[in-house]
Design a protein around this ligand. Structure first.
Ligand SMILES: Cc1cc2nc3c(=O)[nH]c(=O)nc-3n(C[C@H](O)[C@H](O)[C@H](O)COP(=O)(O)OP(=O)(O)OC[C@H]3O[C@@H](n4cnc5c(N)ncnc54)[C@H](O)[C@@H]3O)c2cc1C
Length: 415
């Protein structure tokens, strides 16, 4: 055996679960094509109270209190203030936070991409493209959203969140000083035809200070996903309409990941964490908060299972899957997928009305919805309230049967 647990991957999910396991005394090894110290490309955002509750506020590189969104069409419209802080992780600090306990515990990452996995009663063996064979009682797939090794039901097209962003300098500030904009749905830079027939996209933007800004044109979720060239053209058109020119591009972000993937088969011997385990929030696209909140229970279930030397690996994996996806979380996931299915079908005008209504809910409800921190009854309560206070155009959209809503709703009762 290479270790008790072999973690495939070296992204946020891999490092997060590896550190939670070594803290519980589990012997861990890793395997990934690149070193776990290699810098991550994505920018990771999170709501302030999420990191505060976890005691991890020091891992933020930026934090904004002036947080808002725009849901009216016109350029001159007033922002909706969110009244809740938002932050961006200092990626290097987050990586160090997880990597240091692994290094202290002597976790070694073999360099290579896994190409095959065989399972047996006492464990699993993975083979890499370098010809290495590594064996562990439990293998954890943290290779991201598109793992070819995980079994999951095929439930039709999966919607992707797509975004194109620029960190750079601009001829005029794209947002107010010190402002963070979650969703700017103003769309008077688009023609009538573009609004009616094109995909609804919004601007996610923030002031980094020192004359630097991050602006990202985003499509919340669509299948097929919105192409990058469309997003880039939309972003430049939006900026030009406001008389803003891009003076210098420091970084570009190309973002694409699945939003409404079905849960993996919870009976399989290959365990997973992160994108492959469907931990992305199907309504918001966020995942880092979920990693931080859900890794302790998963790591504890694995440590408990490993403590029983006679427990066969398939049983160990099954117990761990249940700790990661208890019934209540499965039910909430079904509700979120149901909600996203509705959202994806709204034309641009109704979508703006929907979000204006959503963010008029009490803070605890919309924040709890977006961070997946409400109990199931509270989540149902928030959704019912949203329906009750929505204008009729939004309500009708919520009631119409246009796609997979019915089977998704049934999952609430039978996940
Ligand atoms: C551009 C972008 C921005 C995002 N922004 C946010 C955000 O602001 N907030 C948020 O919460 N979420 C965000 N997300 C969603 C989510 O948090 C990220 O996608 C996150 O990187 C997923 O983490 P992961 O560890 O599951 O997978 P990944 O980050 O994709 O890591 C996968 C790891 O597995 C390795 N690997 C791949 N194949 C193999 C193989 N065959 N064998 C061994 N190793 C392999 C890779 O090299 C990598 O190390 C964003 C996603 C993207 C794409």
């Amino acid at each position: 055996m290479t270790a008790e647990v072999l973690v495939m991957g070296a992204g946020p999910a891999a490092l997060c679960i590896a550190s939670a396991l070594v803290e519980r005394g589990v012997k861990v090894a890793g395997v990934a094509p690149s070193a776990p110290e290699a810098p991550w490309q994505n920018t990771f955002g999170i709501w302030g109270p999420e990191v505060d509750a976890l005691g991890l506020a020091h891992l933020l590189g930026h934090r904004w209190s002036h947080t808002s969104s725009y849901f009216a069409a016109g350029l001159g419209s007033e922002p909706v203030a969110h009244g809740i802080d938002y932050g961006l992780f200092d990626k290097a600090a987050l990586q160090r936070h997880w990597l240091t306990p692994c290094q202290d515990a002597g976790v070694a990452w073999t360099r290579g991409a896994v190409v095959a996995i065989e399972h047996h009663e006492r464990g699993s063996v993975v083979t890499t493209d370098q010809g290495d064979r590594l064996e562990a009682r439990l293998v954890l797939d943290c290779t991201g959203h598109h793992s070819p090794f995980l079994k999951r039901p095929d439930e039709g097209p999966v919607a992707g969140q797509a975004a194109y962003g620029i960190v750079g300098r601009f001829s005029n500030p794209p947002v107010e000083p010190g402002q963070f904009v979650l969703m700017d749905y103003r769309c008077d830079h688009l023609s009538e035809a573009e609004r009616r027939c094109g995909p609804p996209t919004f601007l996610y933007a923030m002031d980094f200070g020192g004359g630097r800004f991050f602006v990202e044109e985003t499509s919340l979720a669509l299948a097929p996903e919105v192409p990058y060239d469309v997003l880039k053209a939309r972003l430049l058109k939006r900026l030009a309409h406001r008389g803003i020119e891009v003076l210098a591009v420091e970084e570009e972000e190309f973002c694409l990941f699945p939003m409404n993937m079905p849960l993996p088969d919870l009976d399989q011997q290959l365990l997973a964490f992160g994108g492959g385990a469907t931990l992305v929030h199907p309504a918001s696209g966020y995942m880092i908060g979920a990693l931080l909140r859900r890794s302790p229970a998963l790591a504890q279930a694995i440590a408990d299972g490993l403590a029983d030397a006679n427990l066969p690996s398939p049983s160990l994996a099954r117990a761990a899957w249940q700790a990661l996806w208890p019934l209540e979380l499965q039910r909430k996931h079904a509700l979120y997928r149901f909600g996203l299915e509705k959202l994806m079908r709204y034309p641009e005008g109704q979508l703006r009305q929907f979000f204006a209504t959503f963010f008029s809910l009490p803070k605890l409800q919309w924040y709890g919805f977006l961070t997946n921190t409400l109990t199931l009854p509270d989540l149902v309560g928030a959704m019912l309230r949203l329906f009750a206070v929505s204008p009729w155009s939004v309500r009708l959209g919520l009631m119409q049967q246009q796609g997979r809503e019915f089977p998704l709703m049934l999952r609430l009762f039978k996940p």
